[in-house]
Ligand binder design. Sequence first.
Ligand SMILES: O=c1ccn([C@@H]2O[C@H](COP(=O)(O)OP(=O)(O)O[C@H]3O[C@H](CO)[C@@H](O)[C@H](O)[C@H]3O)[C@@H](O)[C@H]2O)c(=O)[nH]1
Length: 327
Amino acid sequence: MTWLITGGAGYIGAHVVRAMTEAGERTVVYDDLSTGIAERVPADVPLVRGSTLDRERVARTLAEHAVTGVVHLAAKKQIGESVQRPLHYYRENVEGLRVLLEAVTETEAASSFVFSSSAAVYGMPDVDLVTEETPCAPLSPYGETKLAGEWLVRATGRATGLSTASLRYFNVAGAAAPELADVGVFNLVPMVFERLTQNASPRIFGDDYPTPDGTCVRDYIHVVDLAEAHVAAAHALQTSPGHDLTLNIGRGEGVSVREMVDRVNAVTGYDRPPTVSPRRPGDAARVVAAADRITTRLGWKARYDVQDMITSAWEGWVRLHPEAARA
Ligand SMILES: O=c1ccn([C@@H]2O[C@H](COP(=O)(O)OP(=O)(O)O[C@H]3O[C@H](CO)[C@@H](O)[C@H](O)[C@H]3O)[C@@H](O)[C@H]2O)c(=O)[nH]1
């Protein structure tokens, strides 16, 4: 098989390329490099610079590299920005996917399609553990585009025989190697790194939630585990065609914001107590996966814990900001 990895120069995509390669699969990266970084793509993996909105370029790439499967990660992923620019998000995430699926099905090249979805499809779930059957009620245009993407992928699979999987990522953190670390500062772990290294107190957005310590609870998943889940899904689609899978990718373990901040303080050695800011609009008190479906269906299970995530993310941060390291 040759797998087209769209968004393969991004933080998660580069980890998927690495995991697929380690599993012996051939990969081709397709990325517009708007946020992706070319250096993340290994020298022996072809990198095609292009948008998934460019049907001709997608079709040519599928043919030239004899692509037989697709893992589609290329997307815009900032929730706040999606509220400001919904048309942009719908164009990039929904129309980009539609054009890609059109090219894939018309050329009849690929038989398997893995779609990068998100726990954002659930919105504010009112359950202890979110199963794949928990009703979806996204709160942002970003979450809406992911849910619409799942519908598009499933409907196309049903109509054409394409085997499909939608993977709903929970909170992704960590890195396989410092040079693959997330360079964005949009999520809790890098935001705490930034505050600490600027000699500011980490911020906790709200400590009056109905949770054990009053702060929001999330399900953090190491990006290496997440990447391996893509390999497991890709293999399942390849070996038993006709699949139509929707799977949570989490560890099934809730960790509070306060616990995360304490752990980041311990790993970095900064030890600066957090301050409590007002709640951030749109945050759910608790979003934790029921993570057993993927184990049952694909035999995948997370191997890394929160400590591994923070330690590896910190190594990446120090590589980019050497002055951040404590003596
Ligand atoms: O400086 C900070 C940064 C974040 N938080 C809190 O930390 C938690 C996690 O926040 P964040 O890392 O921004 O993740 P989420 O808002 O849970 O959303 C992430 O996880 C979702 C899946 O669950 C994805 O869809 C989103 O793209 C991804 O940003 C939330 O309660 C935030 O309020 C703080 O208290 N202080």
